[in-house]
Write a protein that binds this ligand. Structure first.
Ligand SMILES: N[C@@H](CCC(=O)N[C@@H](CS)C(=O)NCC(=O)O)C(=O)O
Length: 201
C-alpha cells in the first residue's frame, strides 16, 4: 500500500487523490491524517513541512503534488502526455491551475497567520487579482479544456481550484463566469472521485 499525508481541506492533496481515482489506484492508498501517529513522521520527510507526501510500498517517498502526479502518470500515462506539444500544453495549463490554487492558499494564510495584526489588504488584493485574471482568461478559453476522452492533470487542477475558491469563499466566480460554470457543471460529472474528495474542514 501507498501512504499519503492527508487533510480533507487541502487542495494539493485533493489533486493527488483525484489523479489516483483517475488511474484507479485510490484503493491502494492509505490516507494518513494528522491524528495518526505516523503523520508527523511522514510529514517530516519534506523539510518544507508541507503536505502531500506519498510513501511508496518500498518506503521511498515523493513530494510535492506535481511530482506525485508525474509519478502516477508513469504508472498509467493518461494524466500528462509523455512528450511533444501536447505535453507542453497540458503542463502549461497545470501551471495556471496551480497558480490559482497557490494564490487562493496565500489568501487564506494571510488571514490565518496575521497574528494580532490585520491581514495586508494589498497582499490580499494582489492574490484576488491573480485569481480573477486567470478565471477571466479561462472563461474565454474554456472550450480548450473540454474533457474529451480521459481526465488529465490540467482538468483535475482546474476542478480543484474552482471548488477550493468556493469552499473558502474567496471569490464568487460563478456569478459572472458563465462558460466556466458550464464547464464545471459538466466536468464534475465525469471526474472520477469528484464527490468523494470534495473539500471539508
Ligand atoms: N507546491 C506544493 C504545495 C503544498 C502546500 O502548500 N500544502 C499546504 C497544505 S494545503 C501545506 O502543507 N501548508 C503548510 C505550510 O505551508 O506550512 C504541492 O503542490 O504539493
Amino acid at each position: 500500500m501507498y501512504k499519503l499525508t492527508y487533510s480533507p481541506a487541502s487542495p494539493y492533496v485533493r489533486k493527488v487523490m483525484l489523479a489516483a481515482y483517475s488511474i484507479k489506484i485510490n484503493h491502494e492508498i492509505d490516507l494518513v491524517s494528522s491524528e495518526n501517529k505516523f503523520f508527523q513522521d511522514l510529514k517530516s520527510k519534506n523539510p518544507l513541512n508541507k503536505i502531500p507526501i506519498l510513501m511508496k510500498p518500498n518506503g521511498d517517498y515523493l513530494f510535492d503534488s506535481r511530482v506525485i502526479i508525474d509519478y502516477f502518470n508513469r504508472l498509467e500515462g493518461s494524466l500528462i502526455p509523455i512528450e511533444g506539444k501536447e505535453r507542453d500544453i497540458v503542463m502549461t495549463k497545470c501551471a495556471l491551475t496551480e497558480g490559482i490554487i497557490d494564490a487562493a492558499l496565500l489568501y487564506v494564510y494571510s488571514n490565518r497567520y496575521a497574528g494580532d495584526s490585520k491581514p495586508s489588504k494589498i497582499w490580499q488584493e494582489l492574490q484576488i487579482s491573480k485569481i480573477k485574471h486567470s478565471l477571466m482568461s479561462l472563461n474565454l478559453n474554456v472550450s480548450n479544456w473540454e474533457i474529451l476522452s480521459k481526465v488529465n492533470a490540467s482538468h483535475i487542477g482546474l476542478i480543484v481550484a474552482l471548488d477550493y475558491l468556493n469552499f473558502r469563499n474567496i471569490f464568487n466566480w460563478e456569478k459572472d463566469m458563465k462558460h466556466l460554470l458550464e464547464w464545471h457543471e459538466k466536468s464534475k460529472l465525469v471526474v472520477p472521485g469528484y464527490v468523494e474528495t470534495l473539500p471539508k474542514d
